[in-house]
Design a protein around this ligand. Structure first.
Ligand code: HEC
Length: 257
């Protein structure tokens, strides 16, 4: 019994550790791995906007194409940039040493990022970049203070200004108050998008980040997609089996009565 308790604790600990890393009140995130269109859009965004700096070096293009229902020729034409072949791992050529010099910290491999930090963390992280003149690169982040990553999606989201102190931002988060349907901002909210500075509406941007995080969640555990699919078949099988078992039982009992 004790052994099981310890094992259970080991499973829960990483979750606790990442939760403790920031006090920022995060919005929840629920992945939908059956939504192939969302996963495909997420991959497109990742390949175009993230793979300049981040690899997914434990994931193959071919496996991703198969799991997400992307025909291999389309994958090769639009989603495999540079001189990769379809069977390659999703690596990049940027030198980690150089990158550490440029950004202060090298951009980490993101294959297991959602397992390490949790999907909700990534979802909130990608939406809470804001301009901060006092920070080293002029950019800061709600869940990752003094971040070394530039705000690479600012052209989509728009310029975000933090109207609170850092402490207040971490205590209140960015998601309270009533929503202004025109700007997508909430009254009294710390992080406000300057209207008209991004090419997406706040709802579109949230959806794009949802897709991106959904894709990263899939990559963190590709077999979950299969497990969910097999799980459905198992349930259908069990239902049919139960029905026949019931008929059999009735047959037996008829003789006994
Ligand atoms: C110009 C290079 C660059 C691009 C492009 C870029 N990043 Fe980053 N990213 C970084 C750097 C540098 C860090 C390390 C920041 C630090 O540790 O302070 C980082 C850190 C991260 C982290 C946090 C890792 C951790 O757990 O500490 C995540 C998540 C992340 N990036 C996601 C993304 C996503 C998603 C995209 C595409 C939308 C992206 N990045 C595009 C440079 C980049």
């Amino acid at each position: 019994m004790k052994k099981y308790l310890i094992a259970l604790l080991m499973v829960c600990l990483p979750g606790l550790a990442s939760a403790a890393a920031s006090n920022y009140p995060m919005e929840s995130f629920k992945a939908d791995l059956r939504d192939q269109e969302s996963l495909q859009r997420g991959m497109a965004l990742f390949v175009n906007r993230c793979m300049g700096c981040h690899s997914m070096e434990y994931q193959r293009f071919a496996r991703t194409a198969e799991d997400l229902g992307i025909p291999e020729d389309l994958m090769e034409e639009y989603l495999i940039l540079g001189d990769h072949a379809i069977n390659d791992l999703m690596t990049i050529s940027m030198d980690k040493g150089d990158a550490a010099g440029w950004f202060g910290a090298p951009p980490p491999d993101l294959t297991l990022e959602t397992r390490l930090r949790g999907s909700a963390w990534v979802y909130n992280y990608m939406r809470t970049f804001y301009r901060d003149d006092s920070a080293r690169f002029g950019v800061n982040n709600g869940v990752f203070a003094d971040v070394g990553m530039p705000n690479v999606l600012e052209d989509l989201q728009g310029i975000v200004i933090n109207h609170c102190s850092r402490e207040e931002l971490e205590a209140r988060g960015g998601f309270t108050g009533t929503l202004d349907p025109l700007t997508g901002n909430r009254s009294g909210q710390c992080l406000q998008v300057q209207p008209g500075t991004g090419s997406m509406t706040p709802a579109e941007f949230d959806q794009a980040i949802y897709d991106l995080t959904n894709f990263m969640t899939y990559v963190g555990e590709p077999s979950r997609l299969q497990a969910e699919r097999i799980g459905t078949y198992v349930l259908i099988f069990l239902a049919i089996f139960t029905f026949f078992a019931y008929l059999l039982k009735r047959e037996y009992w008829r003789d006994i009565h």
